[in-house]
Design a binder for this molecule. Structure first.
Ligand SMILES: NC(=O)c1ccc[n+]([C@@H]2O[C@H](COP(=O)([O-])OP(=O)(O)OC[C@H]3O[C@@H](n4cnc5c(N)ncnc54)[C@H](O)[C@@H]3O)[C@@H](O)[C@H]2O)c1
Length: 435
């Protein structure tokens, strides 16, 4: 089968390579010429997907995968066209910005052949596939279900484990009309050997993905709310989670300094714009986005002020092991700290000093080279499990966002331990620590 994958980003390139490895002839279309050139040389611009960098050269050499910046030409022979152009929201009013997707669908409409199946895999607001993009493909008199086919099928994957997730998670599809849904269900079912939920419509499949995302955002917000309560009452919420979840109907999530990436903090807004009375979803967004400010409040209180205080943020990407800073809670935390007068250093094992500087932070490291009054360990990143507070000159406070550290070790090193949902442990003097 000839397949075109539109956009070769963190999702599109691995997905294109997986289809190519299954024996299909794949053309990847992306507007970024550098990325297209790299792909055609067999070089993966993504380093965190297991096996991708090794597999790509062979697929390109064998002629199974090629890339182009010309989407209209790139889809000309395709039986299946998969769209993975991202859809983000405006940072101020949180409205979706469709310009990249609109351009992609215009190009597809120009180039696609009769009988092609177009599947939108990017998460979108309910009604987008039919209301916004179907008319683009039908322009010129083509009819869905007769001249071409169209469905929505969300990618439910996580970066760094795309291949495993694709072969494990059931597939959700929804056709614009029944035959489109059946075609999509057949393609995915045959190629990935996973159960397929062929829902009643494209809208149902769009909503399924939004419902999953809102579920996660709301439950993380609940965990954050409970964690703040626990911490204020001297209770360690980390102990509560496994104990409460031993009751089969309890599924407490993990608290933290907020949620990041361009999925969970974004998709609830797709629903909020046309949802009457979705107060819980709106509150979850506010609660999760408020966690960075809550963290900064605690550091400020513990230090007795933030003016000229040096604060080192450890783990700037939104998730350990994934080189992605989009919507990372650490960006908001850095802004809030600077607003209150602090000097902000940043470190991440996946980011270069230039990349840290481009985010407005001073490139730094928790190795003694950057004295700091406070350090923040963003998540439970294995890289920081060996974090040694003694190594940082002047360190007085550590905020442990992902419960990665032993509070007693931090206190014994002479710094106050602050956790999310964990009682603070005051710094101990050397004499107290050795007693
Ligand atoms: N990243 C994730 O963890 C994840 C997880 C599940 C689902 N998804 C879905 O995948 C979508 C894509 O995410 P991503 O992480 O791959 O994005 P990304 O930011 O890594 O990549 C986007 C790519 O799209 C290209 N692009 C932009 N406009 C284009 C156009 N008009 N034509 C062709 N290419 C264009 C860009 O050049 C870039 O290479 C998301 O919006 C989301 O719905 C992502």
């Amino acid at each position: 089968m000839n397949i075109s994958v539109i956009a070769l980003g963190k999702m599109g390139l691995p997905v294109a390579a997986i289809w190519a490895a299954k024996g299909h002839q794949v053309t990847g279309c992306d507007i970024n010429p550098h990325l297209v050139a790299l792909t055609n040389q067999g070089i993966s611009h993504i380093t965190h997907e297991p096996g991708l960098a090794e597999r790509l050269p062979e697929l390109v050499r064998a002629g199974r995968l090629r890339a182009t910046t010309d989407t209209a030409t790139g889809v000309a022979d395709a039986d299946l066209i998969i769209v993975l152009v991202p859809l983000d929201v405006d940072p101020v009013d949180h409205r979706p910005d469709f310009h990249g997707m609109d351009a992609a669908f215009s190009a597809i409409a120009t180039g696609m052949k009769p009988g092609a199946l177009v599947v939108l895999e990017t998460t979108v607001p309910v009604g987008t596939t039919r209301g916004r993009f179907l008319p683009v493909l039908e322009a010129g008199g083509r009819r869905v279900g007769v001249d071409f086919y169209m469905a929505f099928s969300p990618e439910r994957l996580q970066s760094s484990r795309i291949e495993r997730d694709l072969h494990t998670y059931p597939r959700v599809v929804g056709g614009i009309e029944p035959h489109s849904g059946e075609m999509a269900a057949t393609f995915y079912g045959e190629n990935f050997d996973v159960p397929v939920f062929n829902l009643a419509s494209a809208e149902a499949a769009e909503f399924c993905k939004l419902a999953e995302s809102v579920y996660r955002d709301v439950n993380i917000a609940l965990a954050n709310e409970l964690a703040l309560y626990a911490g204020a009452h001297g209770i360690d919420f980390q102990q509560i989670i496994p104990a409460a979840n031993s009751q089969p109907q309890s599924h407490l999530h993990k608290p933290g300094l907020g949620v990041g990436g361009h999925c969970i903090p974004v998709y609830p807004y797709f629903m909020l714009h046309d949802a009457e009375g979705a107060a819980l979803t709106a509150q979850a967004r506010a609660t999760n986005d408020g966690m960075q400010r809550a963290g900064v409040d605690r550091i400020e209180e513990s230090l007795g002020g933030l003016q000229d205080a040096r604060v080192l943020l450890c783990g700037v990407t939104y998730r350990p092991g994934v080189k992605e800073v989009s919507h990372s809670p650490m960006l908001d935390m850095a802004r809030e700290l600077r607003t209150r007068g602090a000097v902000v250093g940043g470190h991440d094992p996946l980011l270069t000093t230039e990349e840290i500087a481009a985010l407005g932070m001073i490139p730094a490291a928790p190795d003694g080279s950057w004295p700091a009054d406070a350090a923040v360990i963003h998540t439970n990143d294995p890289y920081y499990r060996t974090f040694d507070p003694r190594a940082i000159p002047g360190l007085r406070v550590v905020l442990d966002g992902g419960a990665a550290l032993d509070p007693a070790l931090v206190a014994d090193a002479g710094a106050t331990y602050l956790g999310i949902g964990r009682p603070a442990v005051p710094a101990r003097t050397t004499q107290e620590a050795t007693r």
